[in-house]
Design a protein around this ligand. Structure first.
Ligand code: KIV
Length: 270
């Protein structure tokens, strides 16, 4: 996004994002299809095709069963709709458990879509995977803090950074990802003190979700922020509109007009 305008005038690159740290907050939203991607084109810096699509698009309980095929299909759709934001494909659970699989799957993401980067969850223990990807010319967005792909092994969605030891551990995670070549890091579900400490500890941008104001940018899931996902609303989600309510009310109007033979009127008839 240009520094003095709300509109993104030209293609956002990895260099654009790097230069925004400490200068201008980075905006990122998720998208899963061309229609919404087109709405977001020119209005955000980055689009993430998040594996959250497994929940909000496919209706599953969690993100764990998302597949590479799904992520590629939706990323192709988003790339068809949005030419300007930096596009990131979220690597699904199980697609980067070792360097060989990670490079093979991320290479497929680059070859079959126009994504400029992939995202993987994990801190210092996954830095070697980030290194393998960046060594093979694949740009990586890290993801630390609350990591939805660890839901079952962690026993729930747990907020991180509640004490000094955990803050220190998160800072180590961020530094390890930076050293491995990640171009930015998503910091999810952490206390704001922890997010600030992480942001100050690295030279690459941090993009927060449920991490307070002090990260270098913010990301929200589109169906949460526009009030379409009704299963639950975490504290950090601001609903900028009541999407589900709007659709329901308008659908009621349509149904009533059809039932009463008011639609299609002359105006909508050949
Ligand atoms: O899958 C997703 O949408 C994400 C965001 C919450 C960052 O990982």
């Amino acid at each position: 996004m240009s520094i003095h305008s709300d509109k993104v005038a030209k293609k956002v690159t990895l260099t654009t994002i790097s230069k925004m740290k400490g200068v201008e907050p980075i905006t990122m939203v998720t998208a899963y299809d061309a229609l919404f991607a087109k709405l977001f084109n020119g209005n955000v810096d980055m689009i993430l095709i998040g594996d959250s699509l497994n929940m909000s698009f496919l209706g599953k309980e969690d993100t764990l069963s998302a597949t590479m095929d799904q992520m590629i299909y939706h990323t192709q759709a988003v790339c068809n709709g949005a030419s300007l934001p930096l596009i990131v494909l979220d690597m699904p659970f199980g697609s980067y458990t070792n360097e060989v699989d990670a490079v093979k799957n991320a290479t497929r993401a680059y070859q079959e879509t126009n994504a400029q980067a992939v995202k993987i969850e994990g801190g210092k223990e996954r830095a070697y995977i980030v290194k393998a990807l960046t060594n093979n010319s694949i740009a990586v967005l890290g993801h630390i803090g609350l990591m939805p792909q660890f839901l079952r092994s962690d026993g729930g969605y747990n907020i991180r950074g509640k004490d000094k030891t955990d803050i220190a551990s998160l800072v180590e995670d961020a530094r390890a990802l930076e050293s491995a070549g990640a171009f930015a890091i998503v910091v999810e579900g952490v206390k704001s003190d922890a997010a600030r400490a992480i942001t100050e500890a690295v030279n690459i941008p941090t993009i927060g979700i449920g991490a307070g104001l002090d990260t270098d940018g913010q990301v929200l899931v589109w169906s949460d922020m526009f009030g379409f996902f009704e299963s639950f609303k975490p504290k950090f989600v601001k609903q900028y509109c009541q999407g589900a309510k709007i659709i329901r009310e308008n659908l009621e109007e349509y149904t009533s007009e059809v039932k009463n033979r008011n639609f299609p009127s002359e105006e909508y008839t050949y």
